[in-house]
Ligand binder design. Structure first.
Ligand SMILES: [Cu+2]
Length: 290
């Protein structure tokens, strides 16, 4: 077992360096320490379809995201919630999506902070995770789930407030290159409603990274959030680790469509040397950028 495989599993973005002073202040904590040996996973999370962006509703298709924690003080919080089924009781039967029964994404509404973590489920269906959210502000939480009785993936979203005064920030500037922990990541391609290929390229110290590690059964996980309403898209790369044709970097390619015109914040999770990092970009759909 790789001793530090989870050291970087709870991660957060480094926002544009000039943007906020608290880039490294916030860490999500992963409560899920069991191994990720699950073989089956669906081809994708919810929200792929341009006609129906995920994450905008707290209740959908009979399933409701029921937050026990909706307001908390800054700092470490024990975040608790349930997924209620059509009968109003907590759901305990889920199919795994990319090795996990539930993916929890937490983002500041202004998209200057992002966490992707995996809570543990208690026997009664309550999900629990320690989150470290030291900054006051308005947050959105998203759950990617595939309730077994539903048979497909949906993304539910709800608001979380961290108490206190805060100065709202603008979304970080549009840019095609970003840096996280010494890694430079570039995005090529356009965001289009009709779909297009996005290519993300990872390098370190000017050298292409060609030994990316699979993380949750993919070389990258890309979450895209629309500014203004936080419409949610979660896409996985073309090709899978071990399929014999998909390279382990430096390029990760995603075929993705966005729900419409706008400015979007992209968060790419990738794993290298046993640490998961998140690279963030802002792009618009308006004839590309730069
Ligand atoms: Cu996840």
């Amino acid at each position: 077992m790789t001793t530090n495989a989870h050291a970087g599993h709870a991660h957060h973005i480094a926002t544009d360096a000039a943007h906020t002073g608290n880039n490294h202040a916030a860490h999500g904590i992963d409560a899920d320490n069991h191994s990720a040996g699950h073989a089956g996973h669906s081809s994708g999370h919810g929200g792929h379809h341009a006609s129906s962006p995920g994450g905008l509703q707290i209740s959908q298709d009979g399933y409701t995201l029921d937050l026990e924690t909706t307001i908390a003080q800054p700092g470490g919080i024990d975040f608790r919630f349930r997924i209620l089924g059509p009968d109003g009781t907590a759901v305990t039967e889920f199919d795994a999506i990319h090795d996990r029964e539930l993916h929890l994404i937490v983002a500041r509404r202004e998209l200057t902070g992002f966490w992707h973590v995996h809570p543990r489920r208690e026997a009664d269906g309550t999900w629990v995770i320690r989150l470290d959210l030291p900054e006051a502000g308005a947050y959105r939480v998203f759950t990617d789930i595939a309730p077994r009785a539903l048979g497909r993936t949906i993304t539910l979203g709800a608001d979380l407030a961290i108490a206190g005064h805060y100065a709202p920030q603008p979304v970080p500037a549009v840019a095609r290159v970003t840096e996280v922990d010494g890694y430079e990541v570039t995005v090529d391609g356009e965001l289009r409603a009709e779909g297009d290929l996005l290519t993300l390229t990872v390098s370190k110290n000017g050298t292409p990274v060609t030994d990316l590690q699979p993380y949750l059964a993919a070389f990258g996980h890309l979450v895209i959030l629309r500014t203004g309403d936080l419409a949610y898209i979660h896409v996985h790369p073309n090709g899978e680790p071990g399929d014999g044709v998909t390279p382990s970097g430096p390029e990760i390619t995603f075929h993705t469509a966005v729900p419409g015109p706008g400015t979007y914040r992209l968060f790419l999770d990738f794993q290298h040397h046993d640490v998961v990092r998140t690279a963030a970009f802002t792009l618009t759909t308006a004839d590309g950028v730069g």
